[in-house]
Design a protein around this ligand. Structure first.
Ligand code: PCA
Length: 209
């Protein structure tokens, strides 16, 4: 039986960016007791398979995958993952899938199963700005969020039994915004909150456009 309670994933650099803060945060947390960290390749076929395998192997209580959102100014907790890849740029293996599912025959979308409003509050309490986001995009991050939620929901299980694994995704702004230490502090606060929170905060959010 695995003693891993938390799985954190980051991504390697991509798209001409020299580094990826999600990799640096995952590396900073690699010695955290009871937490497993992995750095995923920005390679659609490999990262989708890997996150599913990791969720099935560890069956942690909480999965928080991380990635870089180069255009964002705050940490963003993602609410929805869609079963769609539409890559604006090739992945690191040179593949550029357009309008294909992450998992053929999977449902159209998954909502995060993490208490993202409580996690946002926990991040604010350590002095860092965070927001909820309604789209993880259609690139590698959305694909990993989708595949992680699919595995946590039982898709691809090879063993019997229910899982209580809750999963989700946070996009990090460029490293200049929070630094590695700040981003790591926010991630730790968010994960500790998720471990301790059964029911999400009921507070309004969202825009009326
Ligand atoms: N960001 C990309 C993929 C890897 C990463 O760190 C994304 O937002 O999809």
């Amino acid at each position: 039986m695995s003693t891993t309670t938390v799985l954190i994933t980051g991504f390697e650099p991509f798209g001409g960016h020299a580094s990826n803060p999600s990799l640096e945060v995952a590396t900073a947390l690699q010695d955290h007791p009871g937490w497993e960290t992995e750095v995923l390749p920005v390679d659609f076929s490999r990262c989708v398979r890997l996150i599913g395998d990791l969720v099935r192997r560890y069956r942690p209580q909480v999965v928080l995958s991380l990635g870089l959102a180069p255009g964002r100014e705050r940490l963003g907790l993602e609410r929805v993952a869609v079963n769609l890849i539409d890559a604006r740029i090739p992945d690191n293996a040179g593949e550029q899938p357009v309008d294909v599912p992450v998992i053929p025959a999977g449902p159209s979308a998954y909502f995060t199963t993490l208490p993202v409003k409580a996690m946002r509050r926990a991040i604010h309490e350590v002095g860092i700005e965070a927001e909820l986001s309604l789209s993880a995009g259609t690139y590698g991050c959305n694909a990993v969020m989708y595949a992680g939620l699919h595995a946590a929901a039982g898709g691809g299980w090879r063993v019997e039994g229910p899982t209580t694994t809750r999963a989700g995704f946070a996009h990090l702004p460029p490293v200049e915004v929070l630094g590695v230490a700040g981003a790591t502090r926010a991630v730790v606060a968010a994960v500790e909150c998720a471990l301790a929170t059964e029911t999400d905060d009921v507070v309004p959010d969202g825009a009326v456009d």
